[in-house]
Design a binder for this molecule. Structure first.
Ligand code: PEP
Ligand code: MN
Length: 339
Protein backbone atom coordinates (compact mmCIF):
# COMPACT_ATOMS: atom_id res chain seq x y z
CA UNK A 1 0.00 0.00 0.00
CA UNK A 2 1.13 3.55 -0.72
CA UNK A 3 -0.17 6.26 1.58
CA UNK A 4 -0.07 9.72 0.00
CA UNK A 5 -0.23 12.76 2.31
CA UNK A 6 -1.66 16.13 1.35
CA UNK A 7 0.98 18.85 0.66
CA UNK A 8 2.70 20.29 3.75
CA UNK A 9 1.40 17.69 6.21
CA UNK A 10 3.31 18.26 9.49
CA UNK A 11 5.85 15.65 10.62
CA UNK A 12 3.86 14.77 13.75
CA UNK A 13 0.96 13.55 11.58
CA UNK A 14 3.32 11.50 9.40
CA UNK A 15 4.83 9.90 12.52
CA UNK A 16 1.36 9.20 13.89
CA UNK A 17 0.42 7.35 10.67
CA UNK A 18 3.76 5.48 10.68
CA UNK A 19 2.90 4.16 14.16
CA UNK A 20 -0.56 3.02 13.06
CA UNK A 21 0.95 1.24 10.04
CA UNK A 22 3.45 -0.56 12.29
CA UNK A 23 0.69 -1.60 14.69
CA UNK A 24 -1.29 -3.05 11.76
CA UNK A 25 1.68 -5.27 10.89
CA UNK A 26 3.28 -3.39 8.01
CA UNK A 27 6.75 -1.84 7.83
CA UNK A 28 6.49 1.87 7.01
CA UNK A 29 9.02 3.50 4.62
CA UNK A 30 8.71 7.28 4.52
CA UNK A 31 9.61 9.05 1.24
CA UNK A 32 9.71 12.85 1.39
CA UNK A 33 9.09 14.80 -1.84
CA UNK A 34 9.19 18.57 -2.36
CA UNK A 35 5.48 18.94 -1.54
CA UNK A 36 4.10 15.45 -1.02
CA UNK A 37 5.25 12.88 1.47
CA UNK A 38 4.32 9.26 0.87
CA UNK A 39 4.69 6.16 3.02
CA UNK A 40 5.23 2.79 1.40
CA UNK A 41 3.67 0.20 3.72
CA UNK A 42 5.62 -3.04 3.17
CA UNK A 43 3.76 -6.27 3.87
CA UNK A 44 1.37 -8.77 2.35
CA UNK A 45 -1.86 -6.91 1.66
CA UNK A 46 -3.67 -10.23 1.34
CA UNK A 47 -2.80 -11.20 4.90
CA UNK A 48 -2.75 -7.89 6.73
CA UNK A 49 -5.59 -5.65 7.59
CA UNK A 50 -6.44 -3.05 5.00
CA UNK A 51 -5.03 0.41 5.53
CA UNK A 52 -7.95 1.99 3.71
CA UNK A 53 -9.19 3.30 7.04
CA UNK A 54 -6.42 5.92 6.75
CA UNK A 55 -8.45 7.58 3.97
CA UNK A 56 -10.64 9.02 6.71
CA UNK A 57 -7.81 11.28 7.95
CA UNK A 58 -8.24 14.80 6.57
CA UNK A 59 -4.49 15.13 5.84
CA UNK A 60 -4.30 11.95 3.73
CA UNK A 61 -4.88 12.33 0.01
CA UNK A 62 -5.01 8.69 -1.05
CA UNK A 63 -4.31 5.12 -0.05
CA UNK A 64 -3.31 3.06 -3.08
CA UNK A 65 -3.15 -0.74 -3.04
CA UNK A 66 -0.23 -2.30 -4.92
CA UNK A 67 -1.12 -5.97 -4.83
CA UNK A 68 -3.92 -7.36 -6.98
CA UNK A 69 -6.94 -8.63 -5.08
CA UNK A 70 -6.98 -11.67 -7.31
CA UNK A 71 -3.73 -13.50 -6.70
CA UNK A 72 -4.47 -17.09 -7.77
CA UNK A 73 -6.18 -15.89 -10.96
CA UNK A 74 -3.34 -13.54 -11.90
CA UNK A 75 -0.66 -14.06 -14.51
CA UNK A 76 1.99 -12.97 -12.02
CA UNK A 77 1.12 -16.03 -9.96
CA UNK A 78 0.90 -18.40 -12.95
CA UNK A 79 2.56 -16.94 -16.08
CA UNK A 80 1.59 -19.68 -18.56
CA UNK A 81 -1.95 -20.03 -19.96
CA UNK A 82 -3.91 -22.54 -17.93
CA UNK A 83 -5.98 -25.31 -19.39
CA UNK A 84 -9.44 -26.54 -18.46
CA UNK A 85 -10.43 -30.15 -18.94
CA UNK A 86 -14.14 -30.49 -19.69
CA UNK A 87 -14.81 -34.23 -19.75
CA UNK A 88 -12.67 -35.54 -22.58
CA UNK A 89 -12.09 -32.06 -24.06
CA UNK A 90 -9.38 -29.49 -23.41
CA UNK A 91 -10.11 -25.76 -23.46
CA UNK A 92 -7.47 -22.99 -23.31
CA UNK A 93 -3.69 -22.94 -23.74
CA UNK A 94 -4.07 -23.28 -27.52
CA UNK A 95 -7.16 -25.53 -27.46
CA UNK A 96 -10.08 -23.59 -28.97
CA UNK A 97 -13.58 -24.93 -28.31
CA UNK A 98 -17.01 -24.11 -29.66
CA UNK A 99 -19.59 -24.99 -26.99
CA UNK A 100 -23.10 -25.12 -28.45
CA UNK A 101 -26.63 -26.16 -27.63
CA UNK A 102 -30.00 -24.71 -26.64
CA UNK A 103 -30.56 -21.97 -24.10
CA UNK A 104 -32.84 -24.30 -22.10
CA UNK A 105 -33.29 -28.03 -21.94
CA UNK A 106 -36.92 -28.50 -23.07
CA UNK A 107 -37.31 -32.17 -24.00
CA UNK A 108 -35.28 -35.27 -24.77
CA UNK A 109 -36.04 -34.95 -28.49
CA UNK A 110 -35.01 -31.29 -28.55
CA UNK A 111 -31.68 -31.96 -26.78
CA UNK A 112 -30.96 -35.05 -28.88
CA UNK A 113 -31.56 -33.21 -32.13
CA UNK A 114 -29.56 -30.15 -31.06
CA UNK A 115 -26.64 -32.32 -29.91
CA UNK A 116 -26.65 -34.40 -33.10
CA UNK A 117 -26.82 -31.30 -35.32
CA UNK A 118 -23.97 -29.41 -33.65
CA UNK A 119 -21.81 -32.53 -33.21
CA UNK A 120 -22.06 -33.24 -36.94
CA UNK A 121 -20.47 -29.79 -37.51
CA UNK A 122 -17.50 -30.51 -35.25
CA UNK A 123 -18.80 -29.18 -31.91
CA UNK A 124 -17.42 -31.26 -29.04
CA UNK A 125 -19.09 -29.73 -25.96
CA UNK A 126 -22.84 -29.40 -25.41
CA UNK A 127 -24.64 -26.65 -23.50
CA UNK A 128 -28.20 -26.53 -22.17
CA UNK A 129 -29.78 -25.03 -19.07
CA UNK A 130 -31.88 -27.27 -16.84
CA UNK A 131 -32.09 -24.59 -14.15
CA UNK A 132 -32.68 -21.15 -15.63
CA UNK A 133 -32.21 -17.75 -13.99
CA UNK A 134 -35.08 -15.77 -15.54
CA UNK A 135 -35.70 -12.07 -15.11
CA UNK A 136 -39.44 -12.63 -14.73
CA UNK A 137 -40.96 -15.22 -12.40
CA UNK A 138 -43.65 -15.80 -15.06
CA UNK A 139 -41.10 -17.00 -17.64
CA UNK A 140 -40.07 -20.63 -18.16
CA UNK A 141 -37.85 -21.53 -15.22
CA UNK A 142 -36.27 -24.66 -16.73
CA UNK A 143 -37.16 -28.32 -16.24
CA UNK A 144 -34.89 -28.63 -13.18
CA UNK A 145 -34.14 -32.25 -12.22
CA UNK A 146 -36.05 -33.54 -15.24
CA UNK A 147 -33.74 -31.43 -17.43
CA UNK A 148 -30.67 -32.84 -15.67
CA UNK A 149 -31.93 -36.36 -16.43
CA UNK A 150 -32.33 -35.41 -20.10
CA UNK A 151 -28.76 -34.09 -20.12
CA UNK A 152 -27.58 -37.37 -18.59
CA UNK A 153 -29.27 -39.40 -21.32
CA UNK A 154 -28.02 -37.22 -24.17
CA UNK A 155 -24.51 -37.25 -22.75
CA UNK A 156 -24.62 -41.02 -22.54
CA UNK A 157 -25.82 -41.30 -26.14
CA UNK A 158 -23.52 -38.73 -27.72
CA UNK A 159 -20.51 -38.93 -25.36
CA UNK A 160 -20.42 -35.11 -25.46
CA UNK A 161 -19.32 -33.39 -22.25
CA UNK A 162 -22.02 -31.09 -20.89
CA UNK A 163 -22.00 -27.53 -19.54
CA UNK A 164 -25.04 -26.49 -17.52
CA UNK A 165 -25.93 -23.74 -15.09
CA UNK A 166 -26.19 -23.79 -11.32
CA UNK A 167 -28.63 -21.22 -9.96
CA UNK A 168 -28.76 -22.33 -6.31
CA UNK A 169 -26.92 -24.34 -3.70
CA UNK A 170 -29.65 -26.98 -3.41
CA UNK A 171 -28.97 -28.64 -6.77
CA UNK A 172 -25.14 -28.48 -6.92
CA UNK A 173 -24.74 -32.15 -6.00
CA UNK A 174 -27.36 -33.55 -8.40
CA UNK A 175 -26.18 -31.40 -11.33
CA UNK A 176 -22.51 -32.21 -10.63
CA UNK A 177 -23.28 -35.92 -10.91
CA UNK A 178 -24.05 -35.32 -14.60
CA UNK A 179 -22.36 -32.09 -15.74
CA UNK A 180 -18.72 -31.87 -16.80
CA UNK A 181 -18.60 -28.12 -16.26
CA UNK A 182 -20.80 -25.96 -14.04
CA UNK A 183 -21.88 -22.57 -15.32
CA UNK A 184 -22.29 -19.57 -13.08
CA UNK A 185 -24.55 -17.15 -14.95
CA UNK A 186 -24.11 -13.41 -15.25
CA UNK A 187 -26.70 -12.75 -12.56
CA UNK A 188 -24.78 -14.85 -10.04
CA UNK A 189 -21.26 -13.66 -10.88
CA UNK A 190 -21.07 -11.90 -7.52
CA UNK A 191 -23.14 -14.36 -5.47
CA UNK A 192 -20.17 -15.21 -3.28
CA UNK A 193 -21.86 -17.90 -1.19
CA UNK A 194 -22.90 -19.73 -4.35
CA UNK A 195 -19.35 -19.38 -5.74
CA UNK A 196 -17.89 -20.90 -2.56
CA UNK A 197 -20.31 -23.84 -2.68
CA UNK A 198 -19.85 -24.47 -6.42
CA UNK A 199 -16.07 -24.39 -5.99
CA UNK A 200 -16.31 -27.41 -3.70
CA UNK A 201 -18.05 -29.57 -6.32
CA UNK A 202 -14.72 -30.49 -7.89
CA UNK A 203 -15.82 -29.57 -11.43
CA UNK A 204 -14.48 -26.91 -13.79
CA UNK A 205 -16.58 -23.75 -13.58
CA UNK A 206 -17.54 -21.47 -16.46
CA UNK A 207 -17.90 -18.04 -14.87
CA UNK A 208 -19.91 -15.51 -16.83
CA UNK A 209 -19.10 -11.85 -16.29
CA UNK A 210 -21.82 -10.00 -14.39
CA UNK A 211 -24.01 -7.51 -16.24
CA UNK A 212 -22.30 -4.63 -14.47
CA UNK A 213 -19.11 -6.25 -13.18
CA UNK A 214 -15.76 -4.60 -13.86
CA UNK A 215 -12.93 -6.84 -15.03
CA UNK A 216 -11.46 -6.59 -11.53
CA UNK A 217 -14.74 -7.72 -9.95
CA UNK A 218 -15.05 -10.57 -12.46
CA UNK A 219 -11.50 -11.75 -11.72
CA UNK A 220 -12.16 -11.41 -7.99
CA UNK A 221 -15.14 -13.74 -8.42
CA UNK A 222 -12.81 -16.19 -10.18
CA UNK A 223 -10.51 -15.81 -7.17
CA UNK A 224 -13.39 -16.86 -4.87
CA UNK A 225 -13.73 -20.06 -6.88
CA UNK A 226 -9.98 -20.76 -6.90
CA UNK A 227 -9.38 -19.99 -3.25
CA UNK A 228 -12.23 -22.33 -2.30
CA UNK A 229 -10.70 -25.22 -4.22
CA UNK A 230 -12.30 -25.06 -7.67
CA UNK A 231 -9.95 -27.05 -9.91
CA UNK A 232 -10.38 -24.96 -13.08
CA UNK A 233 -12.11 -21.72 -13.95
CA UNK A 234 -13.08 -20.50 -17.42
CA UNK A 235 -13.96 -16.83 -17.75
CA UNK A 236 -16.80 -15.92 -20.11
CA UNK A 237 -17.55 -12.43 -21.46
CA UNK A 238 -21.24 -12.24 -22.44
CA UNK A 239 -21.84 -8.52 -22.85
CA UNK A 240 -22.49 -5.87 -20.26
CA UNK A 241 -25.28 -3.36 -19.58
CA UNK A 242 -24.61 0.01 -21.21
CA UNK A 243 -26.65 2.90 -22.65
CA UNK A 244 -26.66 1.11 -26.01
CA UNK A 245 -29.86 -0.77 -26.82
CA UNK A 246 -29.29 -1.90 -30.40
CA UNK A 247 -27.76 -5.11 -29.08
CA UNK A 248 -29.11 -7.03 -26.07
CA UNK A 249 -25.85 -6.39 -24.21
CA UNK A 250 -22.67 -4.59 -25.24
CA UNK A 251 -20.00 -7.17 -26.04
CA UNK A 252 -16.88 -5.90 -24.30
CA UNK A 253 -14.06 -7.34 -26.34
CA UNK A 254 -11.59 -4.98 -24.68
CA UNK A 255 -12.31 -6.83 -21.45
CA UNK A 256 -11.40 -10.11 -23.15
CA UNK A 257 -8.01 -8.69 -24.13
CA UNK A 258 -7.50 -7.32 -20.60
CA UNK A 259 -8.56 -10.57 -18.92
CA UNK A 260 -6.16 -12.52 -21.14
CA UNK A 261 -3.30 -10.25 -20.06
CA UNK A 262 -4.20 -10.06 -16.38
CA UNK A 263 -5.06 -13.71 -15.89
CA UNK A 264 -3.79 -17.13 -16.96
CA UNK A 265 -7.36 -18.51 -17.03
CA UNK A 266 -9.00 -19.41 -20.34
CA UNK A 267 -11.34 -16.68 -21.57
CA UNK A 268 -14.29 -17.48 -23.82
CA UNK A 269 -17.05 -15.33 -25.31
CA UNK A 270 -20.81 -15.81 -25.49
CA UNK A 271 -21.87 -13.90 -28.63
CA UNK A 272 -25.50 -15.10 -28.32
CA UNK A 273 -26.42 -13.27 -25.10
CA UNK A 274 -24.46 -10.21 -26.24
CA UNK A 275 -26.21 -10.09 -29.62
CA UNK A 276 -29.77 -10.96 -28.63
CA UNK A 277 -30.49 -11.37 -32.35
CA UNK A 278 -29.40 -14.33 -34.43
CA UNK A 279 -28.03 -12.30 -37.36
CA UNK A 280 -25.44 -10.66 -35.09
CA UNK A 281 -24.08 -13.88 -33.60
CA UNK A 282 -21.67 -14.68 -36.46
CA UNK A 283 -19.98 -11.26 -36.64
CA UNK A 284 -19.61 -11.11 -32.85
CA UNK A 285 -18.24 -14.66 -32.76
CA UNK A 286 -15.70 -13.71 -35.43
CA UNK A 287 -14.66 -10.65 -33.45
CA UNK A 288 -14.27 -12.77 -30.30
CA UNK A 289 -11.98 -15.21 -32.09
CA UNK A 290 -9.93 -12.35 -33.56
CA UNK A 291 -9.42 -10.72 -30.15
CA UNK A 292 -7.89 -13.94 -28.84
CA UNK A 293 -10.69 -15.77 -27.03
CA UNK A 294 -10.05 -19.43 -26.19
CA UNK A 295 -13.51 -20.46 -27.26
CA UNK A 296 -17.12 -19.41 -27.76
CA UNK A 297 -20.39 -20.62 -26.28
CA UNK A 298 -23.29 -20.32 -28.71
CA UNK A 299 -27.00 -21.02 -28.43
CA UNK A 300 -28.41 -23.42 -31.03
CA UNK A 301 -31.93 -24.87 -31.05
CA UNK A 302 -33.64 -27.29 -33.46
CA UNK A 303 -36.54 -24.88 -33.83
CA UNK A 304 -35.76 -21.43 -32.40
CA UNK A 305 -39.29 -20.17 -33.15
CA UNK A 306 -40.58 -22.59 -30.50
CA UNK A 307 -37.79 -22.08 -27.96
CA UNK A 308 -38.98 -21.68 -24.37
CA UNK A 309 -36.29 -19.01 -23.75
CA UNK A 310 -34.20 -16.64 -25.87
CA UNK A 311 -35.86 -17.52 -29.22
CA UNK A 312 -34.49 -14.53 -31.14
CA UNK A 313 -30.81 -15.27 -30.58
CA UNK A 314 -30.63 -19.03 -31.13
CA UNK A 315 -29.16 -20.38 -34.34
CA UNK A 316 -31.26 -23.12 -35.94
CA UNK A 317 -29.16 -26.18 -35.14
CA UNK A 318 -29.86 -27.61 -38.60
CA UNK A 319 -28.08 -24.55 -40.02
CA UNK A 320 -25.12 -24.71 -37.66
CA UNK A 321 -22.71 -25.78 -40.41
CA UNK A 322 -23.11 -22.38 -42.08
CA UNK A 323 -22.11 -20.73 -38.80
CA UNK A 324 -19.12 -23.05 -38.34
CA UNK A 325 -18.02 -22.43 -41.95
CA UNK A 326 -18.10 -18.74 -41.13
CA UNK A 327 -15.77 -19.03 -38.12
CA UNK A 328 -13.47 -21.97 -38.92
CA UNK A 329 -11.11 -20.02 -41.22
CA UNK A 330 -10.64 -17.46 -38.43
CA UNK A 331 -9.99 -20.13 -35.81
CA UNK A 332 -7.29 -21.58 -38.09
CA UNK A 333 -5.82 -18.15 -38.79
CA UNK A 334 -5.54 -17.34 -35.09
CA UNK A 335 -4.00 -20.75 -34.36
CA UNK A 336 -1.37 -20.09 -37.05
CA UNK A 337 -0.69 -16.58 -35.75
CA UNK A 338 -0.09 -17.95 -32.27
CA UNK A 339 2.27 -20.45 -33.80
C1 PEP B 1 -27.27 -18.76 -20.33
O1 PEP B 1 -26.12 -18.98 -20.76
O2 PEP B 1 -28.22 -19.49 -20.53
C2 PEP B 1 -27.50 -17.53 -19.54
C3 PEP B 1 -28.57 -17.38 -18.77
O3 PEP B 1 -26.55 -16.62 -19.73
P1 PEP B 1 -26.20 -15.28 -18.90
O4 PEP B 1 -26.02 -15.70 -17.49
O5 PEP B 1 -24.95 -14.81 -19.57
O6 PEP B 1 -27.36 -14.34 -19.10
MN1 MN C 1 -30.09 -17.98 -23.12
Amino acid sequence: MIIVFKPHTPDEKINEVSDIITKLGYEPRVIRGVEHTVIGAIGDEQMHRSLEILKSFSFIEDVIPIQKRYKLASREYHPADSLAQIGSEKLGAGFFQVIAGPCSVESLDQMRKAAKDVASCGVKILRGGAYKPRTSPYDFQGLGDEGVEILRKVKEETKMPVVTEIVGVSHIASVSAVADCLQIGARNCQNYHLLECVAGAGKPVLLKRGLAATVEEWLSSAEYLLVHGCPQVILCERGIRTFESSTRNTLDLGAVAVAKRESHLPVIVDPSHAAGRVELVLPLARAAIAVGADGIIVEAHPNPMEAASDPAQQIKSGNFKKFMDGINPLIDLMRNLRG
